[in-house]
Design a binder for this molecule. Structure first.
Ligand SMILES: Cc1cc2nc3c(=O)[nH]c(=O)nc-3n(C[C@H](O)[C@H](O)[C@H](O)COP(=O)(O)OP(=O)(O)OC[C@H]3O[C@@H](n4cnc5c(N)ncnc54)[C@H](O)[C@@H]3O)c2cc1C
Length: 569
């Protein structure tokens, strides 16, 4: 097989991947770096981010406040040393990205504008209307184009990591356009592959969010962390789960039940609609379960009302919300309340790293939503993720570069034999499947149904056990899949099968982690264990792959100066 040689490979062309690439290309011009992405970089999910990016930039704010908000939001599961590094770097990153062209909204006097976001004690969310992700990713993408030493492989799918004796040697990747597999050699690999939202049916996540990075690392013995923590965002558009940004509430939107009552009074009297997402989502579910939701052909829902903000403010601050409502729900929020219910939105867990992006596998790094540093712990605060991909993309880039400068490349015969092993596996498992009987699409819809029903906002022992058993059966079925697409060019059926395999691995860990965690914390709400239990569960969950399924271990939480306390808003 032919070999394309590099010093560092970044898997992922979203915000984290491009930020890592720029950090390396800028400070280490002699290193040969490449960004591999299964879609054109501007189509990464970062482009869909709406509401904004959190950072301390105002005089009335400070890093300790941002850190404490983040830690309290995380239900005290975040590693506090990582959070402290995060809030400090975030203030620098948001200014840097403006210099690269991100057009932050302004106040009347020309200063950068900030808006409220859930769980924040200060206004600290910078934004570019409600198209923040688009502008942020564009600024990164156009900046990345300046560097000749940053190569790109667009529409290439990474199918496996090549690991020689506990050390990264490169990746095996499919050129989707041509249907050919290649060895990409490198001394360091940074996984910036995003989340795993697509294991759920009702989600705000793009179709490409299939947890590939988590599965790639996990298969090679690197642990994945805190996967049971899934964020459900309060406001998914009723029909399809498309996100209506939290900025709608940040700008003053109200939530009403069917009796026209602002029900958040009952659940979070001081923060109301701006309580953290886990709390608002559960409050909506409580209203629906108590029969105080509205009913329609797409199920029960509540209202998000923006009418009192007026058309001018909606057009200035929330134009995309209006566009999405008109295009995807056939209603205009200037005149009508928006029908919403919670939608799967974010993966708090991911590839286990330290605060510099390093994993336990030599030469392997991770950053962004696909990594778990962990700064979000049990629940991420809105607008902390865009800041995270900048901060930890850059940090992982620098750490990987320092490593690659002194590491030796894997011997080429060894790479060839590792790739051959992987290729044989791919042939057997996905390509030569003429005798199979199962369709990937059917397995996928069964997985999503299982996750929505058994591993959703509320979890119970019995449901989780059924969920785990169902996933094990789906894994069995996957061993008998049959692919029919013959063409090599853009064989999306093959890519879809590899993604499906990844989703099954990751979903298994999500469900088992949720089963084992017999407490409620952040986004993980157990009906049978409604309280947080610090005595037994103030720890991260690490999952290692074994032939019999995930093996779970515990990892202590790093606490610097904020002792866990009751979480009230
Ligand atoms: C609708 C929506 C709105 C949001 N709004 C906000 C917001 O306002 N503020 C905020 O802070 N956060 C927001 N978030 C969350 C935030 O946008 C994401 O967490 C963040 O952008 C993730 O960036 P990333 O670089 O880690 O991954 P992504 O942007 O998802 O990029 C992943 C990259 O990995 C590549 N990739 C994956 N697997 C492979 C593979 N096997 N081979 C090759 N390439 C691969 C993909 O091609 C892609 O380039 C929002 C999320 C959604 C879904």
């Amino acid at each position: 097989m032919d070999v394309l040689s590099h010093d560092i490979l970044i898997v992922g062309g979203g915000g984290a991947g491009l930020r890592a690439g720029i950090a390396i290309a800028h400070a280490y011009p002699s290193l040969k770096t490449a960004v591999i992405s299964k879609v054109y970089p501007m189509r990464s999910h970062t482009v869909a981010a709406e509401g904004g990016c959190a950072a301390v930039i105002k005089d009335n704010d400070n890093h300790d406040l941002h850190a404490f908000d983040t830690i309290k939001g995380s239900d005290f599961l975040a590693d506090q040393d990582a959070v402290e590094a995060f809030v400090r770097d975030a203030s620098k990153e948001v200014i840097q990205i403006e210099r690269w062209g991100c057009p932050w909204n302004r106040e009347e006097d020309g200063h950068i504008a900030v808006r409220w976001f859930g769980g924040m004690s200060q206004k600290r969310t910078l934004h570019a209307a409600d198209k923040t992700g688009f502008h942020l990713l564009h600024a990164l993408f156009q900046t990345s184009l300046k560097y000749d030493n940053l190569k790109r492989y667009d529409e290439w799918f990474v199918a496996g990591l090549l690991v020689d004796d506990g050390k990264i040697g490169g990746v095996l990747a499919l050129n989707i356009r041509q249907g050919t597999f290649h060895i990409l050699a490198a001394k360091a690999v940074i996984l910036c592959t995003g989340g795993v939202g697509r294991i759920y049916a009702f989600t705000s996540n793009a179709g490409i969010k299939t947890g590939d990075g988590a599965a790639l690392a996990y298969r090679e013995g690197a642990p994945i962390k805190d996967m049971e923590f899934i964020q459900f965002h309060p406001s998914g558009l009723l029909k399809n789960g498309i996100l209506i940004t939290e900025a709608s509430r940040g700008e003053g939107g109200y939530l009403f039940n069917k009796d026209g009552k602002r029900f958040m009074e009952q659940y979070a009297p001081s923060k109301m609609e701006l309580a953290p997402r886990d709390i608002v989502s559960r409050s909506i579910m409580e209203e629906i379960l108590a029969g105080r939701g509205l009913d329609g052909p797409y199920g029960s829902y509540v209202h998000l009302d923006l009418r009192h903000l007026g058309e001018a403010k909606i057009m200035e601050k929330l134009p995309m919300v209006r566009e999405l409502c008109i295009d995807f729900a056939g209603m205009d929020p200037v005149y009508e309340p928006i029908p919403i219910r919670p939608t799967m939105h974010y993966t708090m867990g991911g590839v286990h790293t330290d605060k510099d992006g390093k994993t336990p596998l030599a030469g392997l790094y991770a950053a962004g939503e696909g990594a778990c540093v962990s700064i979000h712990g049990g629940n991420r605060l809105g607008s902390n993720s865009l800041a995270e991909i900048l901060v930890f993309g850059a940090r992982a880039g620098r750490t990987a570069a320092e490593y690659a400068r002194q590491a030796k490349p894997c011997a080429s015969e060894r790479l060839q034999s590792l790739a051959k092993e992987k290729m044989d596996f791919i042939q057997r498992r996905y390509i030569r499947t003429e005798n199979g009987t199962e369709r990937v699409g059917a397995i996928l819809s069964d997985l999503r149904k299982t996750m929505d029903e058994k591993v959703g906002i509320y979890r119970r022992e019995e449901g989780l056990r059924e969920g785990i058993e169902a996933i094990q059966r789906l894994k069995e079925r996957f061993n008998r899949i049959r692919l029919t697409q013959q063409s090599q060019v853009f064989n999306t059926e093959l890519v879809g099968a590899m993604e499906m395999d990844n989703m099954l691995e990751v979903a298994h860990v999500v469900a088992l982690g949720a089963f084992n965690r017999k407490e409620s914390r952040g986004g993980h709400a157990r009906k049978d264990y409604p309280n947080r239990d610090d005595a037994q569960f103030l720890h991260h969950s690490l999952a290692y792959q074994t032939p019999d399924g995930p093996r779970m271990e515990k990892l202590p939480v790093t606490i610097t100066k904020w002792q866990p306390e009751e979480r009230k808003y």
